[in-house]
Design a protein around this ligand. Structure first.
Ligand SMILES: NC(=O)c1ccc[n+]([C@@H]2O[C@H](COP(=O)([O-])OP(=O)(O)OC[C@H]3O[C@@H](n4cnc5c(N)ncnc54)[C@H](OP(=O)(O)O)[C@@H]3O)[C@@H](O)[C@H]2O)c1
Length: 300
């Protein structure tokens, strides 16, 4: 038997409760994974709230969770890329808040040996989005990148990868995260009123990664780029559309690439808190409050 965290109606994080389930023999093309760590993402509470129903319809009851890492315990017919004992990273849309699961083989990536399960669980979404954003922007030596929301999962990964690519990085965060950002190699600035002036006092921005979105942030991006340079966002919406800011296109191969950067020591997630899987509702509530530093990890 395994544990799953599920919700039977859309709404608050508290609706996500624990249940037992039998873990069947994997079907054709499926791989059974004993899950060791699950990363919490804003997408998880957005799914529970029902905000993504139009894009990804789910049949209820459903299980949130879009990335995890673990060990292969069985493989179904037709699976040739994985075998029992392999350590893997899973990235999907939902279904990851479990102690064990059967996943389609196509959603798995082999975990580099040197990467622990906790870090491996974090690389697909935050690492993959950050990597994709910086490739989309063509970041390299000579760039000065502004990252909105630099202390969060995507932001902290984008800071590290942009530094690795040779760029100068300015990152927005609340005061309490400024020392953390400096430690990652970014120059921190406070968001909110006066942001444009604070950034201008540090230099000229050539590119922007927006992981926060909304009216004020988008307006600051437009003013700072002033028609030069490019911006991408992980939070597309009417403001970004109106300003011509492109949504991040998630690149094929991003999970393996982010995992390789992590295994090589170029990318490391600060784990704000490790929370038992059965306490997932609390983890979702913390994520929804919007001030996570690095990542929250659920432990089955
Ligand atoms: N499109 C995609 O493929 C994709 C992929 C990944 C993520 N996303 C989306 O991208 C967003 C960020 O994800 P995440 O995982 O990085 O979130 P996260 O880990 O929860 O980080 C949120 C961060 O936002 C910062 N923040 C709060 N208020 C802010 C403000 N007014 N201005 C700037 N920053 C502020 C917080 O920093 P302080 O604590 O310092 O305030 C916190 O570190 C989410 O909406 C997520 O759904 C999209």
């Amino acid at each position: 038997m395994g544990t799953r965290m599920y919700f039977a109606e859309y709404g608050e994080p508290e609706l996500v409760t624990a249940g037992e389930e039998s873990v069947d023999v994997p079907g054709d093309g499926q791989v059974q994974v004993g899950i060791r760590a699950i990363a919490v993402n804003p997408m998880d509470w957005k799914i529970v709230a029902g905000y993504l129903q139009a894009f990804f319809p789910l049949q209820l009851p459903a299980v949130p969770g879009c990335e995890a890492a673990g060990t292969v315990t069985a493989v179904g017919n037709g699976v040739t890329d994985f075998k029992v004992g392999d350590e893997v990273i899973w990235n999907g849309f939902a279904g990851g808040y479990r102690s064990a699961a059967n996943f389609p083989a196509g959603q798995l990536t082999l975990k580099p040996a040197g990467l622990d399960f906790e870090q491996a669980a974090c690389v697909a979404i935050a690492g993959g989005a950050a990597y994709s954003a910086l490739v989309q922007l063509g970041i390299g030596v000579g760039d000065t990148v502004l990252i909105h929301g630099a202390a969060g999962g995507v932001g902290s990964a984008a800071v590290q990868i942009a530094r690795h690519l040779g760029a100068r990085v300015i990152g927005t965060a609340s005061e309490q995260n400024h020392a953390y950002l400096r430690g990652l190699g970014a120059e921190p600035v406070a968001y909110g009123e006066g942001l444009v002036e604070r950034v201008r006092s540090l230099g000229t921005i050539t590119a922007v990664v927006d992981t926060f979105g909304g009216e004020g942030t988008t307006a600051a991006t437009v003013q700072l780029l002033g028609g030069h340079g490019t911006a991408v966002t992980t939070v597309p919406g009417k403001e970004a559309n109106a300003a011509g800011i492109a949504p991040v296109k998630m690149l094929a191969g991003r999970v393996a690439e982010a995992a390789r950067l992590a295994a090589d020591g170029k990318l490391r997630f600060s784990i704000q808190e490790r929370i038992p899987l059965t306490d997932a509702a609390r983890a979702l509530g913390i994520s929804r409050a919007g001030h996570v530093r690095g990542k929250i990890v659920l432990v089955p």
